[in-house]
Design a binder for this molecule. Structure first.
Ligand SMILES: CC(C)(COP(=O)(O)OP(=O)(O)OC[C@H]1O[C@@H](n2cnc3c(N)ncnc32)[C@H](O)[C@@H]1OP(=O)(O)O)[C@@H](O)C(=O)NCCC(=O)NCCS
Length: 160
């Protein structure tokens, strides 16, 4: 059913009307890298060279504790992405981290982000996580509150 995207940019032509059709949520495949990396430019503008995709995918996909989910139409057109990372804690138990949630700008406000969050949370629950956590920008707080999250602590980082 699903077709891969190669390295061509996605074309929007004729697709806006298709969004009411069935949206599929599946584990990401290598061929979806160009579309997913395109979506993630909204979060940060790091854009790896397409010649490095194979090496990045080989490193990324062999991690047993990372679960990347893609929302797409039946023809493979990518509408959204999100990933869950499961960390084993030093005092035991598993903590899920949700990362890189983004939906295509033409298809926002249609419940895709909410469904991605629900799928990632379900995976965390099925894998025995006691909690899921994420960092986000202030303007996205109400989106995550809509997903059942609540603010906790202050996020900090140091760019290396
Ligand atoms: C944040 C984002 C993933 C939401 O995706 P989406 O598919 O538009 O979300 P949904 O349609 O499932 O929205 C769910 C609910 O949250 C609301 N919502 C969506 N984005 C919101 C935002 N940025 N701020 C406040 N509320 C928001 C929607 O209105 C909807 O509310 P409703 O059910 O009461 O109508 C999307 O706006 C996006 O990709 N943003 C750019 C990338 C980004 O900032 N990602 C987050 C990284 S921390």
């Amino acid at each position: 059913m699903r077709k891969t995207q190669g390295s061509k940019p996605q074309s929007l032509k004729g697709r806006r009307v298709l969004v009411e059709q069935m949206i599929y949520y599946n584990e990401m495949e290598r061929g979806q890298m160009p579309a997913v990396i395109g979506l993630l430019q909204k979060i940060s503008d790091f854009n790896p060279e397409p010649t490095t995709y194979d090496r990045i995918w080989a490193d990324y996909s062999q991690q047993g504790h990372v679960f990347p989910i893609v929302a797409h139409l039946a023809d493979g057109f990518v509408l959204g992405f999100g990933a869950l990372l499961i960390e084993r804690k030093i005092r035991g138990g598993s903590l899920g981290h949700i990362e890189d949630v983004a939906t295509h700008h033409e298809f926002r406000g249609k419940g895709i982000g909410l469904t991605l969050m629900s799928k990632l949370t379900d995976i965390a629950r099925e894998r025995g996580c006691y909690k899921v956590a994420l960092h986000c920008r202030k303007h996205n707080v109400s989106f995550y509150e809509n997903c059942g999250f609540e603010a906790s602590g202050t996020s900090m980082q140091k760019i290396l």
